[in-house]
Design a protein around this ligand. Structure first.
Ligand SMILES: [Zn+2]
Length: 221
């Protein structure tokens, strides 16, 4: 479609999601939307697709894009909060708060666990051993409350079901109906895992430092 090449790259501003750049891509096999950590939106338009198709795809994915933008905003806020809390982050107080919330949720939903350990970890938000010892990440204190609850309940459900099979999700969905959506949201916070606390200030995308840039990609399929 050489005709189309003349018109790209092109920026179109949408009322609810703002400017979107449509870029011709030799490599892309499908139309795909990328949202960068700074909130900019780029749509790769492969050779065999038209701008009209790409626009239609963006309109179809508008809700998803808006959601990613909101989450990105929250992530930036969380990181900024992390910076400001860095001076006074009280590990003991935050660990006690996590422990307290775990106890509340366990009581509310009828779970019990063994030993609870809270540490500053870099790889995971939480885990549950075969003996129902629960290990939790201190950085849970930095997440929105609904995501901290998600992790705590995820580990509490593991005290009864050790795998991530249908039974596990049936149980978790019974408590948190949107747990799959929240799982995805939690994934977008994984850069926080790599951030050191409290000694090293975190990388803040707004301050132009070296940043971890998660990319959220939705490909047409
Ligand atoms: Zn799990």
């Amino acid at each position: 479609m050489p005709k189309r090449r003349v018109t790209l790259p092109l920026e179109i501003v949408y009322p609810d999601i703002g400017p979107v750049s449509f870029v011709a891509s030799q490599r892309a096999r499908r139309i795909n939307i990328r949202i960068r950590a700074d909130g900019s939106i780029r749509v790769a338009v492969p050779r065999n697709a038209s701008l009209r198709q790409a626009e239609k795809f963006v309109v179809e994915k508008r809700d998803w894009i808006a959601r990613q933008l909101r989450m990105g905003e929250e992530r930036r806020r969380a990181t900024a909060e992390l910076v400001s809390r860095n001076q006074g982050f009280d590990s003991d107080r935050e660990a006690a708060r996590i422990r307290q919330r775990l106890a509340e949720l366990a009581e509310e939903h009828g779970f019990s666990c063994n030993r609870v350990t809270i540490r500053n970890q870099k790889t995971r938000w939480g885990s549950c051993s075969a003996n129902n010892n629960v290990s939790l990440n201190l950085k849970l204190a930095l997440l929105p409350a609904r995501l901290m609850d998600l992790v705590l309940l995820h580990e509490l459900v593991h005290t009864e079901i050790k795998n991530h099979g249908p039974e596990f999700y049936r149980r978790l969905t019974g408590i948190i109906p949107d747990c799959r959506g929240l799982d995805r949201e939690l994934k977008s916070y994984s850069p926080l895992l790599l951030t050191s606390l409290p000694q090293t200030p975190p990388v803040n995308p707004d301050e132009g430092g070296k940043t971890i840039r998660p990319k959220h990609v939705w490909s047409e399929s």
